[in-house]
Design a protein around this ligand. Sequence first.
Ligand code: NAP
Ligand code: ZN
Ligand code: ZN
Length: 348
Amino acid sequence: MSIPTLAYATHSPTSALEPWSLERRQPGPKDVLIDILFCGVCHSDLHQARDEWGGSIFPMVPGHEIVGTVIKVGSEVSKWKVGDTVGVGVFIDSCRECNPCKTGEEQYCENGMTGTYNAMSRDGKSVNYGGYSTQITMDQDYIVSIPEGLALDSAAPLLCAGITTYSPIRHFGVKAGDRVAIVGLGGLGHMGVKFAKALGAHVTILSHSASKKADAEKLGADDFVATSDPVAFKAKKSSFDFILDTVSADHEIEEYLALLALNGTMVLVGLPNPSKVGAFALVGKRRSLAGSMIGGIRETQEMLNFCAEHGISADVEVIPMSYINEAYDRMLKSDVRYRFVIDLASLK
Ligand code: NAP
Ligand code: ZN
Ligand code: ZN
């Protein structure tokens, strides 16, 4: 018998999210059942709910920044017990056999990771529904532990915004003294600032919202540039070792590449539509342009432990489930400081 679950879903790219119900599977031998406490609201939820990447599956229950409590475990579950506080991120399964899966980079699974929502289950028989819901049944291998000391609401965004910024910052070796720029101060961007600062970098925020200057200082950034100010923008030419671009809307990537110093790297994590990049933007200073997608299970756990150790978590505005449509509208206006997090108690 399946488990009736309350949720919020959208039924088309132009519909609002509204109350819905779905059925979760009973935990199999290697599954756990999680009672969802909090779920962060990622801009990828909005992109997919509005079918901005194409191929969206409706009805859709978004949500891939999930924190909850284990309330039931299958007979062969060894990693988790009832009462554990756990997290679920952007994927819930992968092939487990390819090289990336075996080396803990399941997000780059050669056979495709299985998304937490807006995706089919691995056997192709059912649609996956995300964390805007009261519970979820999960394979024990695709869960992480929320370390003690992290508040659960502000830990939820770490499952996507946190790992998506932590992973490239670590992979590309950002270190003390590096001149780092974070483009876009939203959910991802504000986490990028915190990680780069924790590693000792000199951090500049490039924002199209001049009003975020005071917040930038509070977040620990060393410098703030309003991208609407052409003089201040040009003054940063060839001055950064590493740029993390988190912007969710179309923008000219070449303009930001010009800010990289010799041998600098710019990593795209934001996912708007493509922008043209000419060779001249790169070759003159041996610049690199790269992309990065979330992080694997092992690295996500490492990031959570790093957060607990360094006292890092997201700055959140906790909302009831019923506020989600307003939250999307405000996210589109860059009016979120700096992540909406749904309190699922509001749906129970
Ligand atoms: P968010 O909270 O909405 O932040 C995006 C930021 O982009 C805004 O706060 C704003 O910062 C800037 N921005 C928005 N509209 C802009 C415009 N018209 N011109 C210039 N800047 C603009 O979104 P998020 O959740 O951080 O996600 C950011 C992007 O990353 C999304 O595209 C999302 O899909 C993607 N993403 C990718 C991954 C991955 O694995 N690669 C994972 C998660 C999310 P300012 O106000 O400071 O300018
Ligand atoms: Zn996300
Ligand atoms: Zn794989």
